[in-house]
Design a protein around this ligand. Structure first.
Ligand SMILES: [Fe+2]
Length: 190
């Protein structure tokens, strides 16, 4: 990953070479919605598109190598859960090797769960990941409408919907991540 110009074309080529077709369609959808939301809310869309192309690049590599890389990069324990590794390790590579500013690498790191105080780029990437056009769950169209009209309201409603879904699925060992619950509380307080 080093020694290359880090731009959207590079990230897109890498995604196209590595990801299976269904995931590539998802990632393209995330890039499109992230671009739209960034433009709508006065953010530079180019870094958001770049983060979107990168956000799931390691999702098909989950396993011991990513876990070892998480330890080597000294990621905090709460980011070393198996379902978070693809995001946390990609965020750390963006930080350590690609020179991303904190708001952008944190957007990648926290895209599966959010966290209190996540920056605007993180909010947009989270929404784009959960609401891209390929997402088909109940209520997603209303969430998309709301997110296009009012970023904060759309974000809170989306986090609440995701938490409600995860709680409905919860069994032993499948609790909602505490950072997501804390984020929801801070968003509710405005
Ligand atoms: Fe994703």
């Amino acid at each position: 990953m080093m020694g290359r110009a880090v731009d959207e074309r590079w990230a897109r080529d890498w995604a196209e070479a590595r990801l299976r077709p269904g995931r590539l369609v998802h990632v393209a959808g995330v890039a499109a919605l992230a671009d739209e939301l960034a433009s709508r809310y006065g953010e530079d869309p180019a870094p958001l598109r770049l983060a979107a192309w990168l956000h799931d690049l390691l999702k098909e590599e989950e396993g011991p190598a990513l876990a070892e890389e998480a330890v080597r990069r000294q990621l905090p324990p709460e980011l070393q859960a198996p379902f978070l590794l693809h995001a946390a390790v990609m965020g750390a590579r963006a930080r350590d090797e690609l020179g991303f500013p904190p708001e952008l690498w944190e957007a990648i790191t926290y895209h599966p769960i959010g966290r209190p105080g996540l920056g605007r780029a993180g909010e947009i990437l989270y929404l784009a990941d959960k609401l891209e056009v390929g997402r088909l769950y109940d209520g997603v169209e209303e969430l998309r409408r709301l997110a296009r009209r009012d970023l904060k309201a759309g974000l809170l409603a989306t986090v609440e919907a995701i938490v409600a879904f995860e709680q409905s699925q919860s069994g032993p060992g499948r609790a909602v991540h505490p950072l997501t619950l804390a984020w929801m509380e801070t968003l509710r307080r405005g």
